[in-house]
Design a protein around this ligand. Structure first.
Ligand SMILES: [Zn+2]
Ligand SMILES: [Zn+2]
Length: 251
């Protein structure tokens, strides 16, 4: 009986795909080819499979790829930039680089309001950011400024953070609207987000905590640094940064 039921479900689900395919002809949000199984989500399996992890060796601190020879000779592998400057983010990781299917998926989530994509993205973040989430007290989404949040209707970072299976603490707020980081040349990005954040009252519970900041894309890491700074000043012990994608080589 249960077998019959699951067969029936399969038939219904398959025919729902068929009906959807005929009625809507939905195409993959990343590659735009027609979806064979539209009920399984807006991105086709080959596109998901094409999202590769960043290839080690990576900088222990910011997560940027390192030239191979450096990792062999240096026990704590850090990129030149992280060795030069004091960083507030202790460790950063992403699913992969901000290009190809991953870029298309993030775009569809953020700008086309395909919020159902947050779930599979967060699943990949949990897998590829497992060592970052390990031992973390909570996750903290990077907030949008109120005006942008109203315009978009949701905050994609919040959607992702809520699916990482850790307590979500809204410990950071925007005190200043900023230009979109991706629209700015690298040199202006740090200035753009400096003083953009303050902690909320919820941060009082995070003294001595290990916090994972969550966002969709990290461009130069400037946003994460600015948010990490206010958290550290509020007494957070360690700040890690987990994003769906990161732009590599833009700084
Ligand atoms: Zn596709
Ligand atoms: Zn680095």
């Amino acid at each position: 009986m249960s077998n019959l039921f699951s067969n029936l479900q399969l038939v219904i689900s398959n025919s729902a795909d068929g009906v959807l395919a005929v009625v809507l002809s939905p195409s993959c949000a990343a590659c735009e080819r027609l979806l064979e199984h539209p009920t399984r989500g807006p991105v086709c399996p080959p596109c998901w499979a094409s999202i590769l992890p960043l290839t080690p060796p990576l900088c222990d601190q910011c997560g940027d790829p390192l030239p191979t020879w450096r990792a062999i000779s240096v026990p704590l592998a850090r990129c030149p930039r992280c060795r030069r400057a004091r960083r507030f983010v202790d460790r950063a990781r992403a699913i992969g680089t901000y290009d190809g299917a991953l870029r298309a998926v993030v775009h569809a989530l953020k700008y086309q309001g395909r919020r159902s994509l947050a779930r599979p993205l967060a699943r990949l973040m949990r897998v590829r950011g497992a060592d970052l989430l390990e031992g973390a007290t909570c996750v903290v989404p990077i907030p949008l400024h109120a005006s942008r949040r109203r315009q978009r209707g949701f905050n994609q970072a919040q959607d992702l953070a809520c699916l990482l299976q850790r307590p979500v603490v809204p410990a950071v707020r925007r005190v200043r609207a900023t230009a979109t980081q991706t629209d700015l040349p690298a040199a202006q990005r740090h200035r753009n987000v400096r003083d953009a954040f303050a902690v909320t009252r919820a941060a009082a519970s995070l003294v001595g905590a290990v916090v994972v900041l969550v966002d969709d894309v990290s461009t130069t890491g400037a946003t994460m640094e600015a948010a990490a700074r206010v958290l550290k000043e509020a007494g957070v012990k360690e700040v890690r940064a987990l994003t769906a994608a990161r732009v590599v080589g833009s700084r």
